[in-house]
Design a protein around this ligand. Structure first.
Ligand code: GTP
Ligand code: MG
Ligand code: ZN
Length: 297
């Protein structure tokens, strides 16, 4: 039996679909029991070696070292994370955007922000989002999967890379990928009219070959919980805070209750966006509550 090496495109119906360079169709593979026990030991995007039989079915033997790993959505070896939100239905949330960007930052994966449904944007929202994120190095792409506006610029940014879209359910991740790549037809689903939430249409992550690279569609989330995160990690995920820490009297400083704090001064002076600082405080509080609950168990 020949040993082959390839990339896991998706995990579906008990099979891993593994793409090998030079083959048009992915191989359908199974894994040994040992690997199955840890559900994060094999992720979409992983490079694996496997043994294939004549029918093209394989048995995965080894997962190669990862360049990076993102837990939510669960993906390995990304060049770019595309944090996707809608301008409306569901409404943009600064807190959710900061949480999602934080997870990419901690995984050391470059991230961009996509604001979809720009055809429905309330006045001033796009400018407000740009003013918060562009100064701290996040590119903001405004698009409409519906009208096609902004799609060309985003497509050009993704070319030749391994990119994953992530974001709340219903923001239009699958719709945007359909607009970027006319050869795919991902299923999309209406947003509930009453509560403006998506209906979790996409059920599994999958990498789609695209222009010398890959684009991954992933299942949207309702809420994004910060289980397993430490307060210091929440702090480290706010990339713009560090330069102001010279002004803190205490070291380490949590930038909450301490007197003389460079970060709080920067917030007061408008150098750090108030929404980012509020997100940081909300994330600390969420982590505190999770730990309190765990302590009670
Ligand atoms: N007005 C408008 N509606 C859009 C746009 N893009 C997507 N939609 C609609 O938003 C709804 C949700 O789109 P999906 O692409 O299924 O959203 P998703 O992010 O993939 O959702 P999940 O798979 O549940 O995570 C659908 O009814 C789309 O038609 C847009 O640019 N403008
Ligand atoms: Mg989807
Ligand atoms: Zn401080």
């Amino acid at each position: 039996m020949a040993e082959l090496q390839g990339r896991v495109l998706k995990n579906y119906n008990g099979y891993y679909y593994v793409q090998v360079d030079g083959h048009t169709e992915p191989f359908t593979c199974k894994v040994k029991g040992k690997m199955k026990q840890n559900r994060f030991s094999l992720a979409t995007g992983d490079m694996v070696t496997f043994e294939a039989n004549e029918k093209g079915e394989g048995m995965i033997k080894k997962v190669l070292a990862r360049k990076n790993f993102l837990l939510r959505p669960t993906m390995a070896n990304l060049d770019l994370f595309v944090a996707t939100f809608a301008c409306a239905a569901p409404d943009f949330s600064f807190l959710l955007a900061d949480k999602l960007l934080a997870l990419a930052e901690l995984a050391k994966i470059p991230a961009i922000l996509v604001l979809n449904k720009v055809d429905t944007a309330p006045a001033g929202l796009v400018e407000q989002v740009r003013s918060v994120y562009e100064p701290i190095g996040y590119e903001v792409f405004t698009v409409s999967a519906k009208t096609g506006s902004g799609v060309d610029a985003l497509r050009a940014r993704l070319r030749g890379r391994i990119c994953a879209f992530g974001g709340p359910s219903g923001v239009g991740k699958s719709s945007t990928i359909n607009a970027i790549d006319s050869s795919v037809e991902l299923r999309t689903g209406a947003v509930s009219e009453k509560i403006g939430r998506g209906k979790h249409t996409t059920r599994f992550a999958q990498l789609l070959p695209f222009d010398e690279g890959y684009i991954a569609d992933t299942p949207g989330f309702g809420n994004l919980l910060l289980e397993g995160l430490e307060p210091q990690q929440a702090l480290a995920s706010f990339r713009e805070f560090a330069v102001y820490e010279d002004g803190c009297r205490f070291c380490p400083c949590t930038h909450t209750h301490e007197p003389v704090c460079g970060v709080k001064e920067a917030v007061a002076a408008g150098q750090i966006a108030a929404s980012r600082y509020e997100s940081y405080l909300a994330m600390l509080e969420e982590i505190r509550l999770i730990k309190e609950k765990e302590g009670r168990k």
